[in-house]
Design a protein around this ligand. Structure first.
Ligand code: ADP
Ligand code: ADP
Length: 208
């Protein structure tokens, strides 16, 4: 199954993708995670995109499309994949349509106030990318990863200035994909405001 998770930053796409990759036994491809790994490993790509991510802008389409094209050509994607955070522009969606045929696009429907709450409380394990929320999904020991015990971090782009910029970018560049995929009869709307287990049930139902 080839699916795209669409929705604003903080809608819970990454959280649901972790459940879905186990259930459907297909890889979870997060373009944000790919960029962050390149930044951490100080690759050429990482150097190119570091400031863009910190400010909450979009990496140029050409760079992003090339990265995804290479990733979905890898053998573990032969039975499908979950794309999380891609496409984010119409140009990316057109490029994806040339690479492969999708089965569905799951649209995470959620209010702006909720995503701001989710983003501002998000914490992450720096080495594994495991996600937490200070209120909705706190770690067992405050500030520490449950498994590795590492100090959790707050992403630079989850600070207030970058959050509001990212939400503007979402409305301008990514929201038009809702109509784009509705027009292609691929869009499945799900209520993403509920707790993760319920959101995942909604998604499974929508994909039946
Ligand atoms: P979130 O899930 O909070 O929206 P992501 O982890 O998906 O954040 O993305 C983090 C950042 O990585 C984005 O703000 C953007 O700078 C960059 N990025 C991720 N995916 C794309 C994409 N498809 N096109 C351009 N930039 C991207
Ligand atoms: P996205 O990938 O769409 O940017 P994340 O999965 O990273 O979103 O979730 C953003 C934040 O909200 C994280 O801190 C996560 O723990 C929390 N979160 C995710 N889904 C839910 C949910 N259904 N209810 C409450 N908090 C959630």
């Amino acid at each position: 199954m080839k699916i795209v998770l669409l929705g604003p930053p903080g809608a819970g796409k990454g959280t649901i993708a972790v459940k879905a990759k186990e259930f459907y036994a297909i890889p979870h491809i997060s373009t944000g995670d790919l960029f962050r790994n390149n930044i951490k490993n100080e690759t050429e790509l990482g150097k190119k995109v570091k400031t863009i991510l910190a400010e909450g802008g979009l990496v140029p389409d050409s760079v992003t499309i090339e990265m995804v094209k290479n990733r979905i050509a890898e053998p573990d994607c032969k039975n499908g994949f979950i794309l999380d955070g891609f496409p984010r522009t119409i140009a990316q969606a057109d490029a994806l349509a040339e690479m492969t045929e999708l089965d569905a696009v799951v649209n995470f429907v959620i209010e702006k106030d909720d995503v701001i709450k989710r983003l501002s409380g998000r914490r992450m394990c720096p080495s594994t990318g495991r996600l937490y929320h200070i209120i909705f999904n706190p770690p067992k020991v405050e500030g520490k990863d449950d498994e590795t015990g590492e100090d959790l971090i707050q992403r630079d782009d989850d600070k207030p200035q970058a959050i509001s910029h990212r939400l503007e970018v979402y409305v301008e560049q990514t929201q038009p994909l809702i109509d784009y995929y509705r027009g292609k009869k691929l869009l499945k709307d799900i209520d993403a405001s509920k707790a993760p287990a319920e959101v995942f049930e909604n998604m499974k139902e929508a994909l039946k």
